[in-house]
Design a protein. Structure first.
Length: 166
């Protein structure tokens, strides 16, 4: 694991990729609330569209810190980033273009134009959580695998079991 202040090109490409991220917020009892989310990385900030009624919004508004983890999970070459920092909510007209860009990253044009799908996401996601990273932590098992194990850690070599799918 590496802690850093700035991101390199490969890390930015990871954030700009389409992945499911994990958003961590702090509950009123001090425990972590962890949620799988769609996200957007733009101009050094991270955005998550959600509903104003959700626990993560209540948590952020009461305790304005959060972390977001983005990772890839290919056995032997797993890598990822976690951003931690201050969080706030973006609402109303300011949230509209952000949530639209998030939806466009994950939903096809066909889904967006389908009134049963696009309109449902548009109506339910009425808030955007904005995370301003203060720290980044990265890891790259592919680099470690290459350096220390000559790339032998993979499912193809028989050294790792494949991950289960849904």
């Amino acid at each position: 694991m590496t802690r850093m202040a700035e991101l390199d090109e490969a890390q930015i490409r990871l954030l700009e990729g389409r992945h499911i991220a994990a958003l961590a917020t702090i509950r009123s009892d001090g425990l972590i609330h962890l949620t799988a989310v769609w996200y957007l990385y733009e101009d050094g900030l991270l955005y998550v569209a959600t509903g104003s009624h959700t626990r993560q919004v209540r948590n952020v508004e009461a305790r304005p810190t959060a972390s977001l983890m983005v990772d890839t999970r290919v056995p032997g070459i797993e890598r990822g980033l976690t951003a931690s920092g201050t969080a706030d909510t973006v609402k109303g007209d300011e949230a509209e273009p952000l949530k639209r860009r998030i939806h466009e990253r994950y939903l096809t044009e066909r889904a967006l134009s389908d009134t049963g799908i696009g309109a449902s996401f548009d109506a339910s996601d009425d808030v955007v959580i904005r995370l301003t990273p203060r720290t980044w932590v990265s890891w790259d098992m592919g680099e470690l695998n290459a350096r220390y194990f000559e790339g032998r850690l993979s499912t193809e070599t028989g050294y790792l079991h494949p991950l289960d799918e849904a």
